[in-house]
Design a binder for this molecule. Structure first.
Ligand code: SF4
Length: 238
């Protein structure tokens, strides 16, 4: 209810075309939303997230940075989290699930990610993000259209009817190479795991390295049909 009225207050109709920011520089797109709305950027510290943090810091944009601390992050991801905070002097808030991994194991059984990864993602990512986004008008996502067939339909700005917010994806039109060109040109810190064959990095139980020639996301939920944690599946006008 509250989320629906939030969209209405922003005069965003899920059935109407979003503002046309296609072709604009991603930093300009972030500035566009930050100047108009209370906006959060939940990042998993992928290379796209690191690039966006750099853009936000360089422009001094009012964006609340946060990360979903599932309790199952790689140590390298935690190290990058601290490095980014130090590098840019910006706090990146931890968004926590209601239960620790141990408490979840008692309630749901051990290693829920092996038996029901969708429920595990709901408990440790989607639900916590939904709660964390209360009070915001918009959220920023680092997704790109060339990552998956589903993501190919992402609009730069869309109404996220599930969270009741505006979802902005400034890098939607960028390729992986273009993001990497940006981080190299601006000396942005990135996850050490990229150099060890992990082109896409999530929770450690659900992430493996990718083999040469494999899709960059092949190591996520390997052996399962699952391709998304649920944060990006239902947003917008699809
Ligand atoms: Fe659980 Fe895996 Fe989802 Fe992380 S990515 S929340 S471990 S199912």
């Amino acid at each position: 209810m509250e989320r629906t009225s939030s969209l209405a207050a922003l005069e965003v109709d899920p059935d109407e075309p979003a503002p046309d920011l296609e072709g604009r520089d991603p930093a300009d797109i972030v500035a566009w939303v930050a100047e108009r709305h209370r906006v959060a950027f939940p990042t998993g510290f992928g290379v796209e997230g690191c690039a966006l943090i750099d853009m936000i810091a360089r422009r001094g944009l009012r964006v609340e940075l946060m990360t979903l601390d599932t309790g199952l992050l790689f140590p390298e991801t935690r190290a990058l989290w601290r490095r980014l905070e130090l590098c840019y002097g910006l706090p990146i808030r931890a968004v926590l699930p209601e239960r620790t991994v141990e408490e979840q194991a008692i309630r749901e059984g051990p290693s829920l990610w092996k038996r029901d990864p969708d429920r595990c993602c709901e408990l440790r990512k989607v639900g916590p993000l939904r709660r964390a986004l209360l009070g915001f008008d918009a959220w920023i996502s680092g997704v790109r259209r060339d990552q998956t067939p589903d993501r190919a339909r992402i609009a730069i700005v869309e109404a996220d009817t599930r969270f009741g917010l505006i979802k902005v994806s400034p890098l939607a039109a960028w390729t992986r190479e273009r993001v990497w060109d940006y981080v190299r040109a601006h000396d942005v810190p990135t996850n050490e795991l990229y150099q060890r064959g992990y082109p896409s990095i999530g929770c450690w139980p659900c992430t493996t390295a990718a083999l040469p020639g494999e899709d960059p996301r092949a190591g996520r939920w390997r052996g399962r049909a699952k391709t998304e944690c649920g944060l990006h599946q239902l947003a917008g006008r699809r």
